[in-house]
Design a protein around this ligand. Structure first.
Ligand code: ARG
Length: 594
């Protein structure tokens, strides 16, 4: 089993604490807050002193005296009130890196026993175009999926389409108003409906907008849409046939967007797939005595001891099922059919209350015993004015438009195909450039999103997000392509990867940075916070840049040094590629710019 640098040092500390009869829970290090003084620090003496009412410096001295016997530490000191500062011997660092290099997982730990993790993200709605909010859900969800998979969990990604609520009835009612002669509205007709519907997803969005305006103005219209929704859910043949068209048109459009974003799902289920299980939920709720009738509707009241919470709506008075019961039914299906150990939802944080209600109801219903339910709520994507991102005319920014605007921006920095060397034809060069534009644009969009804490919103920055310098996706892609080019050159001059040794400060800084990989990935996994990875990728790329400026490979003093540096370069590249992959970003072999 490979072991990370931090684990090796923690084990040494643990042994030391044990031999001194100290509580080993405090035998942990962290990366030093003062890299000028040390590589790592242990603040355990302070905690120990508190519990034993002793002087922390004395305890720290005791630990340091013991650790000093270990040659893997080149410098140990007690500083301030009792911090233990540790500097590691180069040989130990080099040895750890050598092991990382030999392992395809770079020595990263795996979960001891894999859990089934269901991830619910993307979650677009039928008949509504995807907007920037869906971008965040898709981007964050996809990244967390890849991280969970990397640490060894079994992941199932489900996009959970919004396809069963009143908006369906609204759109159907709108279509009926425009085409009353279409066969879908004849209650007696049960088959032989047209195979296709002459609408695009844009048409559906228009229909929805019109329907929405009409329902807002007029109670009767709203009531009509509700009745159609209830009938649709109840199996009305014509409505079901029409609804199937709406769903198919929307899914095709959504798939196109997700493909562009390199976001992939194992399941394309939706709220409608939980319909049958909604009856199970009603039954369980009644049997357990947790539901009650309220004005014709069926609800579950929640505990309001700490804060007021609206009840969970199971069934509306017209018999229709809405968002909350479909989510409860979906939990039941994910537990029963997918054997979920964990279900993670990614939506705008404005839905936090909905999930709080659903999770609490699920507990009352006992449909997911021992299953961890987690809602990850993110902040909004804002425009330059700090308000939720809108188009110039004040409409909702469509995801598709955002993607194409990003591509246009990236295209500005691309060279002309005729100026690019190394391709067999102009067409080949153009093809490469086009692919590159897609990959860079997606990298720029995703990295800009994932470099922020999930909970905070961010302003979509069209000026800097695709730059090749600064904390951007393209910067990391560039760093990788640069190492690719270095490796092509070194290979051509016959230099091969060799034993890692550390000969100067920049090599050492880079090596220590690389050695953090395992703890970075584990923190990201535990905190479900991909920004930890983006930060790390950025600082790793910077450390590489300083290293490469100071330490030539081609002109290294000795062959061994050249081989060692090449090895560091290769390891950096492979890790950067892994990090981008975990963020859902591709790493092109060659980058081009004007
Ligand atoms: N379709 C919803 C929306 O666009 C998000 C659904 C999230 N997932 C869930 N299981 N409720 O807001």
């Amino acid at each position: 089993m490979e072991s990370s640098l931090e684990k090796i040092i923690n084990a040494k500390l643990e042994k030391c604490f044990k031999s001194l009869g100290m509580d080993t829970r405090f035998a942990v290090i962290k990366v030093s807050d003062r890299p000028d003084l040390s590589d790592f620090q242990c603040n355990g003496a302070l905690a120990l002193a508190k519990s034993q009412h002793k002087n922390p410096r004395e305890i720290a001295e005791q630990i340091v005296n013991e650790l000093q016997k270990d040659e893997d530490f080149s410098k140990i000191s007690v500083d301030g009130p009792g911090f233990i500062n540790l500097t590691i011997n180069n040989a130990l660092i080099a040895g750890v890196l050598q092991n990382m290099q030999r392992d395809e997982r770079f020595g990263c730990d795996k979960v001891p026993s894999p859990r089934n993790v269901v991830l619910d993200y993307g979650a677009p709605n039928v008949a509504k175009e995807m907007h920037v909010g869906h971008l965040r859900s898709a981007v964050i969800g996809e990244s967390v999926k890849r991280i969970e998979k990397f640490v060894g969990n079994k992941v199932i990604a489900d996009t959970h389409l919004g396809d069963w609520g009143t908006p369906m009835g609204m759109v159907i009612s709108e279509i009926q108003a425009e085409h009353p002669d279409w066969p879908y509205f004849d209650d007696n007709k049960i088959d032989g409906f047209p195979k296709t519907l002459p609408y695009s997803v844009e048409d559906l969005t228009e229909l929805y907008k019109k329907a929405n305006a009409r329902c807002k103005e007029n109670d009767d219209e709203r009531q009509k849409a509700r009745i159609i929704t209830a009938k649709l859910q109840d199996g009305h043949k014509g409505f079901r046939a029409l609804w199937q068209h709406l769903r198919d048109i929307s899914v095709a459009a959504v798939k196109k967007n997700f493909d562009l974003l390199d976001v992939h799902f194992d399941l394309w289920l939706g709220e409608s797939d939980a319909h049958a299980a909604c009856y199970d939920i009603l039954k369980i709720a009644e049997e357990k005595g947790v539901s009650e009738k309220d004005d014709g509707a069926v609800i579950i009241r929640l505990d309001e001891a700490n804060k007021p919470k609206p009840p969970v709506m199971l069934q509306k008075s017209d018999g229709g099922f809405a968002y909350q019961i479909t989510d409860l039914a979906t939990i039941k299906m994910r537990v029963d059919d997918l054997k979920a150990d964990e279900i993670i939802y990614f939506t705008d944080k404005r839905q936090a209350l909905h999930f709080e209600q659903v999770f609490e109801a699920s507990e009352k219903l006992e449909i997911a015993p021992n299953v961890k339910l987690l809602h990850i709520g993110f902040g909004t994507v804002n425009g330059p004015d700090g308000k939720p991102f809108k188009t110039r005319d004040g409409g909702v920014m469509k995801l598709e438009d955002l993607i194409s605007m990003s591509k246009d921006k990236v295209r500005e920095s691309m060279p002309d195909a005729k100026d690019v060397e190394g391709f067999s034809s102009l067409a080949e060069a153009q093809k490469y450039i086009d692919e590159l534009v897609d990959e860079i644009a997606v990298a720029a969009m995703k990295f800009q999103d994932l470099k922020n804490n999930i909970a905070s919103g961010y302003a979509f920055d069209f000026e800097d997000f695709a730059k090749f310098e600064g904390k951007t996706g393209p910067y990391i892609q560039y760093a990788i392509a640069r190492i690719n080019s270095i490796m092509r050159k070194t290979e051509a001059s016959g230099i091969a990867c060799g034993k890692i040794t550390i000969s100067n400060k920049e090599e050492r800084d880079l090596a220590l940075k690389i050695a953090q990989l395992n703890s970075i990935i584990w923190r990201t996994h535990l905190e479900k916070e991909p920004s930890i990875i983006s930060d790390y990728a950025y600082t790793l790329a910077q450390a590489f840049s300083s290293f490469y400026n100071a330490s030539s490979i081609m002109n290294a003093e000795t062959k061994e040094l050249a081989q060692s540096r090449l090895c560091l370069a290769q390891l950096t590249r492979d890790i950067l590629k892994l990090l981008l992959h975990l963020l859902g970003i591709k790493a092109p072999e060659i980058m081009l710019k004007k």
